[in-house]
Design a protein around this ligand. Sequence first.
Ligand SMILES: [Mn+2]
Length: 449
Amino acid sequence: MLKEIDTFAKEFLEFSKDKPIRIISHHDTDGITSAAILAKTFSRLDKKFSIRIVKGLEESIINKELARQPHEVILFSDLASSNLDHFKNLDHPVFILDHHEIDSTKVNNKTKIINAHLTSSPEDNCATGAGLCYLFAKAISQENQDLASLAIIGLIGDRHETNLSKIGQQLVNDAQDLQIKKGIAIYPATRPLRRALEWSTSPYIPGVTGNGPGAMELLRETGIPYDRSLLELSENEMSKLITAVMIRRAQDNKPEDILGNLYILKFFNTKEDVREISVLINACSRLGYSDIAISYCLENEKAKTQALDIYTKYKQELVSGLRVAEKMDKIKGKGFVILNAKNQIKDAIVGTICSMLSSSPTYDQGTILIGMAYNEDKIKVSARIVGHEGRNLKEVLEKTVITFKGANPETTAEVGGHHFAAGCLIEKDKESSFIEVLKKELEIEIVKV
Ligand SMILES: [Mn+2]
């Protein structure tokens, strides 16, 4: 794949010789770090560029962006593999660095694309968007090797660290000042444990998450000083901590859910936990501040202050949202739970709250969690599943929406997502009608099983 990236980079530079570049990237951590790597690379070349961050590539967005041709060269990162049909009749090619699923029969000669799925060994070449952008940057100049740290943040953001591919390993080798330590997947590893434990939402620790005194109590048991960080723990202390956490998660005692390597990078000249950087970038971007997220990646001091501010508020909202969700009356059925938070939880975080609950031991494996929260005149619906097995949530919601549309033909509901996480938006005035249809769908599925 490296050879192909080399050719790709040469073609790209040739095409953009006397034209500004338009970068279009995804809004998650991997997409943001991708955009930051590209931005740094082009500014080092003194090239003009602009960036647009999107949640997804809807047709209207694609058409608007393509209208920039031929005056600008378009480069997609961390998206566009599923949109190839839109490019087949263009006069000028578009460039894509992406790792998402692709239908190779749709590749056309107007698309210059790097995607591991198109190579002869997809497993070895498995890389995130930021990983590909980094290899592209390095193909342009060795000087860009310092951008490997950003690629590592993207890697953690997309959770590719548990099973490193050959390319993933190369990023790890390239990254300067990267430290990897065996331990527990709690972050940040660089700050006092009493805080890290209290804020630990994934894994969720009963009696400790969102509970300051509970966190202190756990540390007291282990004899670990409250202000010690994970990074500073001895092997013995680490195993005591792991045991104490496992005991509290007794109902869901799967070590693989809590064990993991700690990734520490030098960022803004301080040792930081990569998981925390990744969550911070994701929070800023999802809350609508993708510009701040990118500047933060480029180690801009002002952006750091703003980003930390946003992140602190985000964490507070998550912890208080989690408490609301735990106390709230829920609609419970066999194998499912519906949390209708109305306006008690913000729509931007209701999906995350469901993910957090799905990693808590409160619910049985395979339980479907549906969160609902108001979004102006709409309701955001998010579905998550406990564990890694169970029904396809996208299909469950799709079937629900089909029935719902039958009774409410004017609805604009559309389902997005995949097997383990899916969502949709429905009209607020159809709340009870939707819940009824949803309940039936969830119960029907049970009967079928
Ligand atoms: Mn990605």
